[in-house]
Write a protein that binds this ligand. Structure first.
Ligand code: THU
Length: 162
């Protein structure tokens, strides 16, 4: 028997960064700043990510490319792995992600790639609390999701093998 199941994911879309609450606005601004630190000589695509911890501290990362292309790493994983390595016991409240085509120009959307979604999900499961996602949108818009699992609704987790 064929059964159709529907997944419903809600997210907020704001017209402008100024419509964010001050905490999230600041987080997106930190992500924008972090994008300036991208090492992206091959793609020229500058991505920045900022992570908000439960104590208000903010960490950040930018994509780091490599001549052996797959050896590089996205901004989101750079940020989350650095955070996990340096603040292993601190809960993560939110992550903001933004991008730019080159060092100058408008900020545009960089929705996390599949591998980053999987990596981010691990931390959400580990801490048993949702991680809010603030995504730069195109044309000045901003998207807000309540959780990483909303970016990855059918998941692979350790439950499969543990
Ligand atoms: N990239 C990120 O850092 N995050 C994303 O969400 C998408 C892609 C990077 C990887 C690579 O350095 C460049 O953008 C082009 O794919």
């Amino acid at each position: 028997m064929v059964k159709q199941l529907n997944i419903n994911i809600a997210y907020e879309e704001l017209d402008n960064i100024d419509e964010l609450n001050p905490t999230d606005k600041n987080l997106l601004i930190v992500a924008r700043k972090a994008s300036e630190k991208a090492y992206a000589p091959y793609s020229n695509f500058f991505v920045g990510a900022a992570v908000l911890l439960e104590n208000g501290e903010i960490t950040s990362g930018a994509n780091q490319e490599n001549a052996a292309y797959p050896s590089g790493l996205c901004a989101e994983r750079t940020a989350i792995f650095w955070t996990g390595a340096n603040f292993p016991t601190k809960k993560i409240e939110a992550i903001a992600v933004t991008a730019k085509k080159g060092p100058i120009g408008d900020f545009i959307m960089a929705s996390p790639c599949g591998a980053c979604r999987q990596a981010l999900l691990e931390y959400e499961i580990k801490q048993k609390e949702n991680i809010r996602v603030i995504l730069e949108g195109n044309n000045g818009k901003v998207l807000i999701l309540n959780a990483i699992r909303d970016l990855l609704p059918i998941q692979f987790t350790s439950e499969a093998f543990l």
